[in-house]
Design a binder for this molecule. Structure first.
Ligand SMILES: NC(=O)c1ccc[n+]([C@@H]2O[C@H](COP(=O)([O-])OP(=O)(O)OC[C@H]3O[C@@H](n4cnc5c(N)ncnc54)[C@H](O)[C@@H]3O)[C@@H](O)[C@H]2O)c1
Length: 368
């Protein structure tokens, strides 16, 4: 029997990631319902990807009532992740929700409570974890090749990279700008590599200097001009995170920053035995893994070749991270494996991002 899937939110990430991944797993799933507040989008997805009887809804509350749906995908703007996920858990569904978990820590807490009550599975769409190079670096960290990681940087910087589709610059819909949108990927990976989910305190700063002042002529945006009159989020955000074990993580995230690199998105780790840098996160396309260490008394920089042999989770094949994400998710539902992105981990990412915003607003350190 195939797993019956309901899709809520039929926009960018549905088309770029989840629908292709689900179609590549078509022997295991079928899409039996689609929902979007823009009904034409749900109709189009139902027609192109759904079963012949695929149902279409404008209101997610109707979709979650469909009894035979087992898995709900929440692919809507950040602010609706919470109400939709909570409704799906209350209706007894497993939930794959897009990143970040929620627009605020309060929302994320409600989602965690509903998940725990439901006894169902919950994961968040941090697909970078399934890349071959991320898997390699995670293994090196777990095998203590880097020693104790006590300093890390989570970068997600774009000089001019404002997303101009969807509602990314709408604060009420997204909860924030580049930090919550792309900083979330770099921070998620950094915490995972460090296997450290215990923040002690966060200091943050955000800047709103350029997004609402630059005219389309002055912007030079990679994704076409944005509207300065509706740009409500930060241009850039910075965080200084101390962990309970004394480790330090710095976070920087921007869509608009006069920075030398056009795009630079990486997780940078410094350990007692070696260091590492994983690049190419958050839409930057320079995927590389570098290790640095002292060998034979000399400083050595190694560029890992992780393209051969696929990833551990999907051995022997060169596969896309989104296919691995989907496979791991379906395997976990079938009791054949563990989730890679665990709800508690994604919750900690949201806690830290939320604290950066709160600290920036108050001018004070947030202590956990
Ligand atoms: N994993 C990644 O790398 C990645 C990349 C891009 C976006 N995302 C995440 O995916 C989510 C959606 O982003 P997107 O780029 O697809 O945006 P989008 O605007 O292209 O698509 C969102 C869709 O949801 C619909 N929608 C909005 N509110 C709804 C509601 N209450 N009920 C049903 N449908 C609703 C919209 O009409 C739209 O069609 C965001 O949380 C974003 O952070 C993740």
């Amino acid at each position: 029997m195939k797993h019956k899937v309901g899709i809520i939110g039929c926009g960018g990430i549905a088309h770029q990631k989840h629908l292709p991944a689900l179609m590549n797993a078509a022997e295991r799933i079928e899409i039996v319902a689609c929902c979007d507040i823009i009904i034409e989008r749900a109709i189009e997805v139902a027609k192109n990807y759904g079963t012949t009887e695929c149902k279409v809804f404008e209101d997610y509350k109707e979709l979650v009532k469909v009894e035979d749906i087992e898995i709900v995908y929440v692919l809507t703007p950040n602010v609706s992740h919470c109400p939709i996920t909570v409704a799906a858990f209350e209706a007894g569904k497993h939930v794959m929700c897009e990143k970040p978990m929620a627009a605020s820590v309060e929302d994320a807490q409600q989602m965690m409570d509903a998940w725990k009550k439901s006894g169902k599975l919950f994961t968040i769409g941090y697909q970078n974890r399934y890349r071959a190079d991320s898997q390699t670096l995670k293994r090196l960290c777990d095998e203590n090749e880097l020693g104790e990681i006590y300093y890390a940087q989570a970068h997600a910087l774009r000089r001019r990279g404002v997303p101009t589709w969807g509602v990314f610059t709408d604060k009420a819909q997204q909860g924030g700008g580049p930090l919550i949108d792309i900083g979330t990927h770099s921070l998620d990976l950094t915490l995972w590599f460090m296997d450290n989910y215990e923040p002690a305190a966060v200091t943050g700063a955000t800047f709103e200097k350029l997004g609402h002042t630059l005219s389309p002529k002055e912007q030079g945006n990679l994704m076409g001009p944005w509207d300065p009159d509706t740009f409500e989020v930060e241009d850039a955000a910075f965080g200084f995170v101390t962990m309970k074990n004394g480790a330090l993580i710095t976070i920087d995230a921007s869509w608009i920053l006069n920075h030398t690199e056009e795009r630079c998105a990486s997780s940078y780790l410094c350990g007692t035995k070696a260091g590492a840098e994983l690049t190419g996160l958050a839409g930057a396309d320079d995927e590389k893994l570098y290790l640095n260490k002292i060998m034979g008394g000399k400083q050595v920089l190694i560029e890992a070749n992780t393209s051969a042999g696929g990833v551990d989770l999907f051995p022997g094949k060169t596969v896309k991270s989104y296919d691995v994400e989907c496979k791991v998710w379906l395997d976990a539902i079938e009791g054949k494996g563990e989730l890679v992105v665990k709800p508690e981990q994604a919750f900690t990412v949201t806690k830290i991002l939320d604290a950066v915003y709160k600290s920036a607003r108050s001018g004070k350190q947030v202590v956990f």
